[in-house]
Design a protein around this ligand. Sequence first.
Ligand SMILES: [Zn+2]
Length: 140
Amino acid sequence: MSNKQFSAGDHITSKCTKCKDTTNHTVVAMVGDKVARVECNTCGGIHNYRNVAEKKPISRSKASSPKPAKTTKIETEWENLLNDADPADATPYSMQMPIKPGALIQHPSFGLGRVIDTIQPNKMEVYFRSGVKLLRCSIA
Ligand SMILES: [Zn+2]
């Protein structure tokens, strides 16, 4: 990494959001040895310094839309979770019982389920054959 030391008043090339271009800037604020804020010499706008070198591919975030068809995968995972589950190991569901993720529980209505996550202060996500349910519990 190049260790060119900048200080306030120095000229630096930065991306300007207003100009939508890489323009000449003047350093106005430093954090440690890093340029924090710069003033655009073209439009006069002061903004956080954007390193020109680290270009984030913007098209990528569009291509990978977050969590598209995860439902089918969850069902498969759920089957795996229950395949090695022994109903004899399941704890009867109770709101008072301390729960940890991964615990196997037996619910009076939903049947056998695997705790996949706990949500503070008193909720847990459980996989049942009928789907994921949010249930009250005590978190261990
Ligand atoms: Zn500008």
